[in-house]
Design a protein around this ligand. Structure first.
Ligand code: FAD
Length: 285
């Protein structure tokens, strides 16, 4: 099913993200995690695309497995390390696998990047996926601004070009303060972007994740969140419980404010996904 169709449903939607294995050795364990997450019957499961395209074959095969488990897959595809013929080949593979949803990304610039004659920005990939035809197309957005953009305002200008290239929906980078998302949403709509902006929520279940998040994306960590990490970071079980509770609160607040779909970055952890889903059991009815 296309994600645009899923979003038309009246009920609140919940979806999860998984990442593919880096090597064949890990394939079975990732597949088991995917099966555990699929058992929770989310509205869809997204599968990321390895930086540089290195694990791209596994993205297609994991998306195919998700579909065979009866869940709608959303396959990520990044273009910065590909030319147009690589992209076309990937789209053919996805179509043959019955995958109907693609999240079109530029990808992070590789080290010593020498330029790409075919793709510079994600909007060019969105255009090509649109021309290829048949896919529901998503793209990424950044409530706090993309780390390479000079201002949030210029990032939203570029986002507008991407949205106008043929996006059906957008998914956000993680955030830990919902007011940042609400403020972004109003700026985006004021810029004439009316596609659904699906919030991405990350349950932080260990202290090490926090360091990675801030160093990679510079995401703002509210005091309330930092106190949790300071107090429980050395106690793995307590940190996990508190991280799940924090993410649950964010999700409930989003639904309470009329947001219909939430995407959870559950890091291939079925137990975390299950705990979030259980916390929302009456809300998702
Ligand atoms: P773009 O939309 O191209 O934007 C990149 C930067 O260029 C921004 O600063 C933007 O403001 C600027 N820009 C855009 N267009 C122009 C223009 N025409 N002129 C000048 N500047 C412009 N990475 C992966 O490798 N694999 C994944 O599976 C993956 N999944 C993700 C999922 C989500 C929901 C998110 C939020 C990110 C994901 N990423 C993934 C990370 C993403 O690839 C990086 O953040 C990357 O640096 C930007 O990708 P983009 O598609 O947002 O790029």
């Amino acid at each position: 099913m296309k994600i645009t169709e899923i979003l038309k449903n009246k009920k609140a939607n919940l979806s999860f993200e998984v990442f593919p294995p880096k090597t064949l050795t890990n394939y079975e364990s990732v597949l088991n995690a995917v099966k555990g997450i699929a058992e929770l019957t989310p509205d869809y499961i997204s599968v990321t695309y390895g930086a540089g395209g290195g694990t791209s074959d596994y993205t297609v095969s994991i998306a195919k497995e998700i579909k065979s488990l009866g869940i709608t897959p959303l396959a990520h595809l990044s273009c910065i390390s590909h030319n147009k013929s690589d992209v076309r080949e990937k789209l053919v593979q996805l179509k043959e696998a019955g995958v109907e949803n693609v999240l079109a990304l530029r990808g992070d610039l590789p080290e010593n990047f020498a330029g790409n004659l075919d793709y510079r920005y994600a909007n060019e990939l969105v255009e090509d996926v649109k021309k290829f035809g048949g896919f529901c197309i998503g793209a990424a957005c950044y409530p706090e601004g993309h780390p390479q953009s000079q201002t949030l305002f210029s990032d939203i200008e570029h986002l507008k070009r991407k949205a106008d290239s043929g996006c059906d929906f957008l998914t956000t980078q993680m955030f830990f303060d919902n007011d940042i998302y609400y403020s972004f949403l109003s700026k985006v709509q004021a810029s004439g972007i009316f596609q659904p902006v699906i919030p991405g929520i990350m349950p932080v279940t260990n202290a090490a994740q926090t360091k990675r998040i801030t160093s990679m994306s510079g995401t703002y960590l509210p005091t309330r969140f930092r106190r949790i990490v300071d107090r429980f970071g050395n106690n793995p079980l307590a940190m996990k419980q508190a991280g799940i509770a924090y993410a649950t609160e964010q999700i409930i607040d989003l639904y309470a404010n009329g947001i219909k779909a939430v995407h959870v970055y559950c890091m291939n952890k079925p137990d975390v996904a299950a705990a979030i889903k259980a916390n929302l059991s009456e809300i998702l009815c």
